[in-house]
Structure formats: structure tokens, C-alpha cells
Design a protein around this ligand. Structure first.
Ligand code: BEZ
Length: 211
């Protein structure tokens, strides 16, 4: 199944390293990051899982729940976690879904047969509190992801959910933002009385709003 931006994230029940979950219930009112890795006991995946564990407080601070997945079993995940703690210096502190029957992998189109028949690709889905898909990413097995970029996108998503703004290329939290293209100057005057800089009529820049 193709999962696209704006779709409701498919719901499922699954076994994880922290017990059985119903995905939507587990998300509750939080944002969510669901990400797959190709295989347990592999090098790049080991570094990824360790890094996510290290920056988990950053996800918590943003009210984001993180959950991993591969087609390996929960039992295998649990054994691998010992290696991750030993080699990456942080114990895995978020649940990992065991998906040997590929229920979730198929629901989220995480197996790309022309890349591999047997392993999930490196997928990332960011899910909003409305349970809708806000971002999808797909990386190959050979390239570890930049999870700081995932945090950056979450900052942008949370800001743009609150204000009628968009964030420019390489924006970081605190940087200047752009007034959304659908906002007229009349509306902008009410929304942003502090003013903005018009670079072009379609490119209006302002300091990041804070309230
Ligand atoms: C890795 O994590 O290093 C990896 C996993 C599956 C295939 C290739 C590399």
C-alpha cells in the first residue's frame, strides 16, 4: 500500500520490545516517528538505532513518540539491543516492532522488491497528532539516515501547524521564515503586525514568530 502525505497513517496491532501495541492508541495525542531498518545485527542499522536512543530526549521535548521496525522478530531485536548498548553507549529506549509476517511493512510499503525481497528499506514516516502522514522518506540500506534532519523537519512541521508560515531551505529553529504563499498581504498585516520584508511579492520574509 502506498502511504502518501495527508493520508491517515494505517493503524495496526503489533508486538514490540515494549509489549503489544495498537498503533493509534499508542500514539495518543503525540506526534510520531515510525522508521524501519533493513536487518538486525547489521552495522549501519546499529549506528542508527544507537543515535536515535541518544537523541530520544529531543523527541520527548517535542512531544514525539519514536518507534522502530524490521522484519526480524522481537526476540531478535532484544538480543541485538545488547550489542547496541555495548557499541553505541546508549541502551535502546524506544519500542521496536517485530514484523516477521510483514503486516506493517506491507501496510507502509517498506519492502521494495527491486532493492531487496527480504529486507525493509530505511523508511521514515512522521505522523501528526491528527494521525495524518506529514513526511515520508526512503533511504537505501547502504546509507544511514541523518536523524537531526528528522528533528529539524519536526520543528518546521510544528511551527507551520501553528502559524501560517513556511520554512526556507536549510532553515533551523529560530531562523527567519516565509509567509505562506496563500496568505494575502491584507491577511498578513493582521497575522504579523510586527511586519516583514518583501523580497518579491511572493517572497515575504519575517523573523520566526514565537506566540
Ligand atoms: C547495514 O545496516 O549496515 C546494512 C543492512 C542491510 C544491508 C546492508 C547494510
Amino acid at each position: 500500500m502506498n502511504v502518501r502525505l495527508g493520508d491517515v497513517a494505517p493503524d495496526f496491532k503489533a508486538d514490540t520490545t515494549q509489549g503489544s501495541i495498537s498503533f493509534h492508541d499508542w500514539l495518543g495525542d503525540s506526534w510520531g516517528v515510525l522508521f524501519s531498518h533493513p536487518k538486525d545485527f547489521t552495522p549501519v542499522c546499529t549506528t542508527e538505532l544507537g543515535y536515535v536512543a541518544k537523541i530520544k530526549p529531543e523527541f520527548d521535548r517535542r512531544n514525539v513518540k519514536v518507534i522502530g521496525l524490521s522484519v526480524d522478530s522481537v526476540d531478535s531485536h532484544e538480543k541485538w539491543e545488547t550489542d547496541i548498548a555495548e557499541t553505541q553507549g546508549t541502551a535502546v529506549n524506544f519500542p521496536m516492532i517485530g514484523d516477521p509476517d510483514r503486516t506493517v511493512s506491507n501496510l507502509y510499503d517498506m519492502i521494495h522488491p527491486n532493492a531487496s525481497d527480504t529486507m525493509t528499506v530505511r523508511s521514515v514516516f512522521i505522523i501528526g497528532p491528527d494521525k495524518k502522514i506529514k513526511l515520508t522518506l526512503t533511504y537505501p540500506a547502504s546509507t544511514g539516515r541523518n536523524f537531526d534532519e528528522i528533528l529539524r523537519v519536526i520543528d518546521s512541521l510544528q511551527l507551520t501547524a501553528k502559524f501560517k508560515v513556511a520554512t526556507p531551505a536549510n532553515w533551523e529553529n529560530g531562523g527567519d521564515v516565509i509567509i505562506g504563499a496563500v496568505v494575502t498581504d491584507e491577511e498578513a498585516k493582521k497575522l504579523f503586525p510586527q511586519g516583514w520584508k518583501t523580497v518579491k511579492p511572493y517572497l515575504r520574509v519575517l523573523a520566526q514568530p514565537t506566540q
